[in-house]
Design a protein around this ligand. Structure first.
Ligand code: PLP
Length: 479
C-alpha cells in the first residue's frame, strides 16, 4: 500500500468506523456463536500472495463482526465502560502514524515530555497532592502511563519489595534476600481485584486477604490487627493494596483509616482507582480520596471512565526513585547524554518499548475540556441513580449494595439460583449484556452505565427488559 492508496483506504476506514458506531444498535450486543466459530471461516494457512483490500474488508463484516461483543452498544451494561471517543481514536491514530518508540527521552523527546505534562494535568484534575506531581517544587514524585491497572499494581509491589529488602539488608547484611522475602507480608481486601493476587504470585510475595466491613470497605482497625499479629510472629508487613471503586460493587476502602496504619508499619500503600479514579475530576465526588496523602502510589484508568481508548492506565508515585531503583538496568545502547536532565520511562515499568499514548489523553482533555469530562461523569452517575430508582420502586427486587458512580448491583429477592437464571436468560437473548458478582455470598447482577452517550431511554429500556425476564423466570416452574 502506498501513501495514495492509504489516503483512500484511510478515509474509507474512518467512514466504516463512523457507520459502525452510528448503526451499532442494529447489531446484537453479544455474538450468537460457539467457541471455534472463526476457525471454520478462516483458512488454516496465511496467504502466499497479497490479497485485495476489498476482500479483507468484506471478511471483516462477514467473519469478524459476527464474533464481536459490541462494548459501545447502548445495551452493553457489563464490567465497566471501555473508554471511547472520537478525539481519543484520532489521537491513537496519530500516535501510531508517528510510529515512534519512546523508551527514553532521547528516543523521542516529545513522547516523554508530553507524558510527564499530561500526567501532571490529570494529577491536578483528580486532586492528587503536589507530592505526586513531577513539576512541583521539592517533589520526588511523578506519573507514568502503564498498560493496565494490573501492571500498576504489580510494579508498585515490586518497588515496595525492593525497597523493603534494601532496608532489611541494612539490618541483617548476612541474611539471604530469599530468606528476607519469605518474611514479608502484603495485604488487600477480599474485594480487591484479582490482579493483586496475581501480582503477589508473580512477585513471590505472601498475601493476606482481609474481610471488608458490611459495605465492602476495608477498615483501618482490621488491617492494624492483622499487621500486629504478623509482626508479633516475626513477619514484616510491607505492602497494602487498597481500592477506590471495587470491581464487584464500586465500594471504597477507607484510606483515611488505613493510611496512618501503613505509616505506623512503614508499609507501602498502593491505591487502585481503576474505574472510580476518573470520577475525582468532579470535586463533589472526591470524598473517598480522603487520606490519599498517605499513599505511596495511585493508579486509575482513563480507558475505563474517561473516554480514552485502551490501553491507558495512569500511575503516580510519591517517590519515583523507589520505583526506578526496583527496575533500572542500563545497557550502553540505551544510554544518552541527557539522562541526568530528563526522564527515561523505561525505568518506570516493565516494557522497554512504549507507544505515544500521551497523545490520545492530550486530545481527549483538550477536546472535552475538564467541564466536558465532568459532564460525562455526572451524566453516568445520574443515569445509574435513575436505574436504582426503578429497582427500588419494585418490591420483588432489591438494591444489593450502596450505589456509587455508574454501577448498580441489584437482585431479585430470593435465591442465588433464580438470579443466576435471570441473568443467563437475559444474556442469552442478546437484548442486554450484564455480568454478575458475589456480595456477602449473594449472587447479584451488576448494571453499569457504559455507553458514552447513554440516555434515559436506554436505562428505561434496560429496566423493561429485566422486568419482563424476571416475570418469565418467576413464572417458570422449577423442574
Ligand atoms: N482494578 C480494578 C478495581 C478493576 O476494576 C480492574 C478491572 O476492571 C482492574 C484493576 C484490572 O484492570 P486492567 O484490565 O487495566 O488490568
Amino acid at each position: 500500500m502506498n501513501s495514495e492508496e492509504f489516503r483512500q483506504r484511510g478515509k474509507e476506514m474512518v467512514d466504516y468506523i463512523a457507520d459502525y458506531l452510528d448503526t451499532i444498535e442494529e447489531r446484537r450486543v453479544t455474538p450468537a456463536i460457539e467457541p471455534g466459530y472463526l476457525r471454520r471461516l478462516v483458512p488454516d494457512e496465511a496467504p502466499q500472495k497479497p490479497e485485495q483490500w476489498e476482500d479483507i474488508m468484506k471478511d471483516v463484516e462477514d467473519k469478524i463482526m459476527p464474533g464481536v461483543t459490541h462494548w459501545q452498544h447502548p445495551r452493553f451494561h457489563a464490567y465497566f465502560p471501555a473508554g471511547d471517543s472520537y478525539p481519543s481514536l484520532l489521537g491513537e491514530m496519530l500516535g501510531n502514524g508517528l510510529g515512534c518508540i519512546g523508551f527514553s527521552w532521547a528516543a523521542s523527546p516529545a513522547c516523554t515530555e508530553l507524558e510527564t505534562i499530561v500526567l501532571d494535568w490529570l494529577g491536578k484534575m483528580v486532586g492528587l497532592p503536589e507530592q505526586f506531581l513531577s513539576f512541583s517544587e521539592n517533589s520526588k514524585g511523578g506519573g507514568v502511563i502503564q498498560g493496565s491497572a494490573s501492571e500498576c499494581v504489580f510494579v508498585s509491589m515490586l518497588a515496595a519489595r525492593a525497597h523493603t529488602i534494601r532496608q532489611l539488608k541494612k539490618q541483617h547484611p548476612f541474611v539471604e534476600e530469599g530468606v528476607l522475602l519469605s518474611k514479608m507480608m502484603a495485604y488487600c481486601s477480599k474485594e480487591a481485584h484479582s490482579c493483586v493476587e496475581k501480582a503477589a504470585m508473580m512477585a513471590f510475595v505472601k498475601l493476606r486477604i482481609l474481610e471488608p466491613d458490611e459495605n465492602q470497605s476495608l477498615r483501618g482497625a482490621t488491617l492494624q490487627q492483622v499487621m500486629q499479629e504478623d509482626r508479633a510472629m516475626g513477619l514484616v508487613p510491607f505492602y497494602v493494596e487498597t481500592t477506590l471503586g471495587t470491581t464487584s460493587c464500586c465500594s471504597f476502602d477507607n484510606l483515611a483509616e488505613i493510611g496512618p496504619v501503613c505509616e505506623e508499619f512503614g508499609a507501602w500503600l498502593h491505591v487502585d482507582g481503576a474505574y472510580a479514579g476518573s470520577s475525582f475530576i468532579c470535586p463533589e465526588l472526591r470524598g473517598p480520596m480522603r487520606g490519599i496523602e498517605y499513599a505511596s502510589s495511585f493508579n486509575f484508568n482513563p480507558n475505563k471512565f474517561m473516554l480514552t481508548h485502551f490501553d491507558c492506565s495512569l500511575m503516580w508515585v510519591r517517590d519515583r526513585f523507589k520505583l526506578t531503583q526496583a527496575l533500572v538496568v542500563d545497557p550502553l545502547y540505551l544510554q544518552h547524554s541527557y539522562s541526568e536532565k530528563s526522564i527515561d520511562y523505561r525505568h518506570w515499568g516493565i516494557p522497554l518499548s512504549r507507544r505515544f499514548r500521551a497523545l490520545k489523553i492530550w486530545f481527549v482533555v483538550r477536546s472535552f475540556g475538564i467541564e466536558g469530562l465532568q459532564k460525562y461523569i455526572r451524566d453516568h452517575c445520574r443515569l445509574a441513580r435513575r436505574f436504582e430508582a426503578h429497582v427500588r420502586k419494585e418490591p420483588r427486587f432489591e438494591v444489593a449494595s450502596p450505589v456509587h458512580l455508574g454501577l448498580v448491583c441489584f437482585r431479585l429477592r430470593g435465591t442465588n439460583d433464580i438470579n443466576q437464571k435471570l441473568l443467563s436468560s437475559i444474556n442469552a437473548s442478546g437484548k442486554l449484556h450484564m455480568v454478575p458478582a458475589s456480595l456477602n455470598d449473594k449472587y447479584v447482577i451488576r448494571f453499569c452505565v457504559c455507553r458514552q452517550t447513554a440516555t434515559e431511554e436506554d436505562i428505561d429500556y434496560a429496566w423493561e427488559v429485566i422486568r419482563q425476564f424476571a416475570t418469565d423466570v418467576q413464572e417458570t416452574k422449577p423442574e
